[in-house]
Design a protein around this ligand. Structure first.
Ligand code: OFO
Length: 174
């Protein structure tokens, strides 16, 4: 049995993970429109990973005998100016999600709910991986000298890099 606070935090996180999936799917659509097939693949895969995160929490709440109540999701931003802006927005979003996961870890530990504390450790590791992934992509952009141009070699190379960036990062922790 989960406390009201822990239930609320986890229930909200189901919607937050769906929201992240929605944002990354929109980023994939933006990349498709721009002809950036590597970035489109990268964000599509990332969106699917977020759906996996949603399902993990959904399943945990069900296992705990708690009903999942989905919240509203705003339409994501779609009018990005350039790829650097998209990547920075994704990185900023991950930092925000890390804060939400941290709150669940803190609350479950404070309540001595070690079951949830143990459950949320996977997400703690995952957030570390995701922040590292987006930081690595931003580093790559810098090394290539890409500063948000809408065409050119640096953009082409960054797009190629993004096509396989998930595989290189190793995917979700197990
Ligand atoms: Fe669910 O890991 Fe990103 O947000």
């Amino acid at each position: 049995m989960l406390s009201k606070t822990i239930y609320q935090l986890l229930n909200d996180q189901v919607t937050a993970e769906q929201d992240a999936a929605y944002k990354y799917l929109q980023m994939a659509a933006w990349a498709e429109k721009e002809g950036l097939s590597g970035a489109a693949k990268f964000f599509r895969v990332h969106s699917q990973e977020e759906e996996g995160h949603r399902d993990r929490i959904f399943d945990y709440l069900n296992e705990c005998g708690q009903e999942v109540v989905l919240g509203a999701i705003d339409a994501p931003k779609h009018d990005y100016d350039n790829l650097l802006e998209v990547i920075q927005a994704a990185y900023d979003h991950e930092k925000k999600v890390t804060g939400m996961i941290k709150r669940i870890a803190e609350a479950s530990f404070a309540e001595q709910d070690y079951q949830t504390f143990n459950f949320i450790q996977w997400f703690v590791a995952e957030q570390h991986e995701e922040e590292t992934l987006f930081m690595t992509v931003l580093d790559k952009a810098r090394v290539l000298g890409y500063e948000g141009e809408k065409q050119g070699e640096a953009l082409y190379l960054l797009d190629q890099y993004l096509a396989n960036a998930h595989e290189e990062a190793g995917g979700d922790p197990e």
